[in-house]
Design a protein around this ligand. Structure first.
Ligand code: SF4
Ligand code: SF4
Length: 124
């Protein structure tokens, strides 16, 4: 995987990252918080009552401030099916924001997103 061209300014100031749908981020263990609006949207997408969605697919966050999606035994998100998100049209904001709106140290080691100059129009 190529890295952004080096320069004196931060690479993230000059490029955005185009997701390659490798689904690695969905396999990393960790919380995927869902707020009330997201719970309503996902439950609607699944065509189940919000109470059933909450009971079957969420658990209390570690800091006890809200709910997070549960994981499969291997740590992958409960909604990962193969390489696809089964709730893609209504996936939580945290999923939409990675890696351009938020990321973490070392994320480039596992994420296959390709850097594209911000001057270049979006599109695959
Ligand atoms: S909700 Fe979808 S995009 Fe978000 S972690 Fe789960 S499988 Fe991945
Ligand atoms: S790890 Fe990166 S490239 Fe892979 S699905 Fe997630 S955001 Fe896209």
């Amino acid at each position: 995987m190529s890295a952004p061209a080096s320069s004196s300014s931060r690479p993230e100031d000059e490029v955005y990252y185009v997701c390659q749908r490798c689904a690695n981020c969905c396999r990393w263990p960790g919380e995927v918080p869902v707020d009330a609006k997201e719970i309503k949207a996902i439950a609607g997408h699944l065509e189940i009552p919000e109470s059933v969605f909450i009971e079957q697919y969420t658990q209390l966050r570690l800091n006890r401030t809200g709910l997070t999606l549960i994981e499969k035994p291997d740590g992958a998100c409960i909604f990962l099916e193969g390489h696809d998100c089964s709730i893609n049209p209504v996936k939580p904001d945290q999923c939409r924001g990675f890696p351009n709106r938020w990321n973490f140290e070392g994320w480039r080691d596992v994420c296959e997103a390709i850097p594209v100059p911000k001057s270049q129009p979006p599109g695959n």
